[in-house]
Design a protein around this ligand. Structure first.
Ligand SMILES: *Cc1c(COP(=O)(O)O)cnc(C)c1O
Length: 378
């Protein structure tokens, strides 16, 4: 029997505890497990870096939400990225990443993986030709974010999957911004979905984590081996908190989208705003592709004021929109990417405009959010 998204969020991987009937999966806060005899673990559990029941519950739930067969969770989004890279690539391999990738992802490639021997090119992945132009014989991964951070560009997942597969590469989609409620890349041909569960999946800004979801059993076995061998796993309480958040993903995302649509519309009409970047706006260059591959357009809105000083002042003046990095929590956040989240890409091909402001629109009463933005821009 197949279930709807919200049913899966609440039930997948979350059978009542067989021993006590506890409706919520317990936090198995243990490092090790008693064995029946030498080499005879009771239910397959031996050591919590390798397997933990609370982590299993989260992994199963996230796999179901992405329509994938296998899920693996990590201590952070970047830990998931690092484990993925070193599982599927070897020194000398080549990877294509978007020219406005998440700053930490760019830093991982440019400062860590490149020293280890990985080669990469950045490309404008909002056009398939941009990706095709830099793909080489030894390209192992085409790495996509859509919508991107912080410019909210849209990439055509199905078209890029085709390109990757024609070249013998894997398509990896960082689905952090959309969340599985709005977009399911595996169904569009992606090989791996990556999440910073720190953001919408956790949803309450109280836990850091990452996830990989795949279809292929072979790739899963390889990743699971490295999850244990590299050891970047989340603790049981972090897994439990993330699962607690994931149960309400659908209702939260609908409110994030409702509020973001109102905020985008408000900013479009504001005299001090030069440009609003939101894929839900009909004049957004990626609107048609987004409408094809997403259920709705998400909770992230960026805008340009034409004046870096005004962008910084608006960030400093906002009150309800809390000045801070990260995104995807119930509370609204505002930030200046050039000086904050994307400071690490300054001077590179990924540098972002100084007059850009990024909003993570929360689920507060929307009129209060509009009033706060009005004051911040006054
Ligand atoms: C935050 C983020 C990451 C990194 O995840 P962490 O949990 O912070 O390690 C990767 N990709 C995107 C799009 C992000 O927003």
């Amino acid at each position: 029997m197949t279930h709807g998204f919200d049913t899966l969020a609440i039930h997948a991987g979350q059978e009542p505890d067989p021993r006590t009937g506890a409706v919520v999966p317990p936090i198995y806060q243990t490092s090790t497990y008693a064995q029946h005899g030498v080499g005879e673990p009771r239910l397959g559990y031996e050591y919590s870096r390798t397997d933990n029941p609370t982590r299993d519950a989260l992994q199963e739930c996230l796999a179901a939400l992405e329509g994938g067969r296998h899920g693996l969770v990590f201590a952070s989004g970047l830990a998931a990225e690092d484990t993925l890279l070193r599982t599927v690539c070897k020194p000398g391999d080549h990877v294509v990443i978007p020219n406005d990738a998440y700053g930490g992802t760019f830093r991982l490639f440019a400062r860590v993986a490149e020293r280890w021997g990985l080669r990469f090119d950045v490309a404008d992945l909002s056009h398939v030709d941009g990706a095709r132009a830099v793909t080489r014989d030894n390209t192992r991964i085409i790495w996509v974010e859509t919508p991107t951070n912080p410019l909210l560009n849209i990439a055509d997942i199905a078209a890029l999957a085709q390109l990757a597969h024609d070249r013998g590469a894997l398509l990896v989609v960082d689905n952090t911004f959309a969340s599985p409620y709005l977009q399911q890349p595996l169904a569009l041909g992606a090989d791996v979905v990556l999440h910073s569960t720190t953001k919408y999946l956790g949803g309450h800004s109280d836990v850091v984590g990452g996830a990989l979801i795949v279809q292929s059993g072979d790739l899963y076995q390889d990743l699971k081996y490295h999850q244990n061998a590299m050891g970047a796993v989340p603790g049981p309480f972090d897994a439990w908190l993330t699962l607690r958040g994931a149960r309400t993903l659908g209702v939260r995302m609908d409110r994030h989208c409702d509020n973001a649509e109102r905020v985008a519309e408000f900013l479009t009409r504001h005299p001090k705003v030069r440009k609003v970047l939101y894929p839900g706006l009909p004049d957004h260059p990626g609107h048609d592709v987004a409408a094809k591959q997403m259920r709705r357009f998400g909770g992230m809105v960026s805008f340009q004021t034409g004046d870096p000083a005004l962008a910084i002042a608006a960030c400093n003046r906002a009150r309800l929109f809390i000045l801070g990095e990260s995104l995807g929590g119930v509370e609204s956040l505002i930030e200046h990417p050039a000086r904050m989240t994307h400071a690490s890409v300054s001077g590179s091909a990924l540098e972002v405009p100084g007059d850009l402001v990024r909003l993570s629109v929360g689920i507060e009463t929307v009129d209060d959010l509009l009033a706060d933005l009005g004051d911040a821009l006054a």
